[in-house]
Design a protein around this ligand. Structure first.
Ligand SMILES: C[S@@+](CC[C@H](N)C(=O)[O-])C[C@H]1O[C@@H](n2cnc3c(N)ncnc32)[C@H](O)[C@@H]1O
Length: 496
């Protein structure tokens, strides 16, 4: 029995609501859904969606609406990095009761020889990347996955899954592990949280385009103003993990945002898209589709690369002037990242009173662009409770901890996880203290969901933050391998 794949609470209702909102990206028709029982017992929702023009698989409650095979794709160009199956083959497998096999393949990122081994054994790339070795790497990964899937959700963390997809021995390894694992207090993250205060309260969902591992879905879904979320991405495996370990209440869809959005007009109260718009070649199409699918709310593109500042972030970045031209005729505001971070630190949403000219943003590597489809600028929002304490309180995993004699912890920022991470997130030094301590009493308060003035002060400095339950360590108790200095332990109760 694969405990990790047991249906999630309220999964049926959520999937029914998602189906109502879904349209074929090609013919815009509605779908009917044939559910299929799978040979593997105890699985969630598997089946086939049908519209006038096509059939699409649903794997573990995630509709797959891409025409290309279901593979791992690079974030910036969409190139395939693994092998995968096409929609017709996946539908046939699901009809045949082999949905578990199809799912396993969709989340298999084969194990490849790490660079260190390649340096020690200098064989030609054609051997390291040969078919038999790749197949062996896929087989090894599936052994790993099978043992993981047998464990209950509570016994594994989001970090475990990030490690599997982006850690050593994965063809996707590189900066992505640090990028995702240490996402919550990056300057760009706080910039986005400031912008997201513009989203109006509504029963309609927010569409999070290029949702990745679901970090923002967690914030949107569980924030002070909770928004139902539909996450969309062309990569299946991060969304599958997002649904299973980050935001079980959100819905997810595999689709390519540049090929038309699979939703009807006015379906959303707002659209968010972080760290991805500049990777998309067909920006006008994406923009038109966002406009069509949003019902008066804002369309927020955050962390959009500026081609005028090197190094380039992908091949199709534009300059601030060209982004302006692309959005011509729309009511919009453009921001540099640092201004938004400063707004966040002052408990404020973005300042909409100033319409920044492209030359004012010439030296900002990362921009944010907010479009107001109804032409109205709302008043500047503010917030009482920090958005970064949404979820379960724990110590920011960027901090290393040493136990103190009194049972508290000495915390130090120390080295950043990598030089690239340090460069990209240098502005975090503006608000993260190098060293601090937490007393035993405050640790106990954090674990039992109590608030104390000292804990509040640590939240103010981003040393204590909110995370999805079981983000850095599993929710279920397990003996700590690193002894009492295992600070990634989290409080089981929501932050006050
Ligand atoms: C750098 S990650 C950002 C993830 C997430 N938005 C965040 O900020 O944490 C970029 C994401 O964009 C997705 N992506 C890139 N181009 C896309 C496209 N055309 N359609 C859907 N997803 C896309 C990638 O798969 C990846 O998950």
């Amino acid at each position: 029995m694969y405990q990790m794949l047991r249906p999630l609470p309220a999964e049926e209702e959520r999937f029914a609501r998602l189906l109502e909102t879904l349209r074929c990206p090609r013919c815009q028709g509605t779908f009917s859904f044939e559910r299929h029982r799978q040979k593997q017992p105890g699985l969630g929702i598997f089946g086939v969606l049908r519209c006038a023009c096509s059939e699409r698989p649903v794997l573990d409650a995630i509709p797959v609406l891409v025409d290309k095979p279901l593979v791992a794709r690079t974030h910036w160009s969409g190139e395939a990095e693994t092998r995968g199956r096409g929609a017709a083959e996946l539908c046939a497998m699901i009809r045949d009761g082999r949905g578990f096999e199809a799912l396993l393949d969709a989340i298999t990122v084969p194990i490849v020889a790490p660079h260190r081994l390649r340096r020690l054994l200098p064989l030609p790339d054609s051997i390291w990347e040969s078919e038999p070795l790749l197949r062996f790497g896929g087989w090894l990964r599936q052994r790993q996955l099978l043992s993981r899937l047998k464990k209950p959700r509570d016994a594994q963390s989001a970090r475990d899954w990030l490690n599997l997809f982006y850690g050593r021995g994965s063809p996707l390894s590189g900066a992505l592990y640090n990028y995702f694992f240490h996402r919550f207090t990056q300057p760009r993250y706080l910039a986005a949280l400031s912008l997201f205060t513009l989203l109006p309260p509504s029963d309609k969902p927010v569409l999070d385009i290029a949702t990745g591992f679901g970090h923002f879905a967690h914030h949107l879904q569980n924030g002070e103003v909770p928004h139902p979320v539909i996450g969309l991405d062309f990569n299946f495996f991060p969304m599958w993990a997002a649904r299973r370990v980050m935001v079980p209440k959100a819905s997810f869809v595999v689709a390519d945002a540049t090929e038309g959005l699979p939703f009807p007009d006015g379906a959303f109260s707002g659209v968010t898209c972080s760290d991805a718009f500049h990777f998309m070649a067909e920006k006008t199409r994406v923009l038109e589709e966002c406009d069509r699918c949003v019902d008066n709310g804002p369309v927020i593109f955050t962390r959009v690369g500026n081609a005028q500042v090197l190094p380039p972030d992908g091949p199709v970045e534009l300059s601030p002037g060209s982004y302006r031209a692309l959005f011509a005729g729309k009511t919009l505001r453009m921001f540099g990242e640092l201004d938004l971070v400063k707004s966040y630190l002052r408990h404020l949403g973005p300042d909409l009173s100033h319409d920044a000219r492209p030359d004012e943003l010439a030296f900002d590597k990362y921009l944010s662009i907010v479009v107001f489809p109804d032409g109205e600028l709302p008043p500047r929002p503010s917030f009482e409770r920090w958005p970064h304490c949404v979820g379960v309180l724990g110590i920011n995993p960027l901090y290393a901890a040493r136990p103190r004699a009194d049972g508290g912890l000495d915390l130090s920022l120390g080295d950043m996880p990598s030089k690239w991470f340090a460069l990209q997130n240098a502005a975090a030094l503006m608000y993260l203290p190098q060293r601090t301590t937490i007393t035993r009493a405050d640790l106990d308060a954090m674990k039992s969901g109590q608030m104390t003035p000292a804990l509040g002060a640590l939240i103010d400095r981003f040393v204590v933050i909110g995370m999805p339950s079981g983000y850095a360590t599993p929710r279920a108790d397990r003996p700590s391998r690193s002894g009492p200095s295992n600070v990634h332990e989290e409080s089981p109760v929501s932050a006050a």
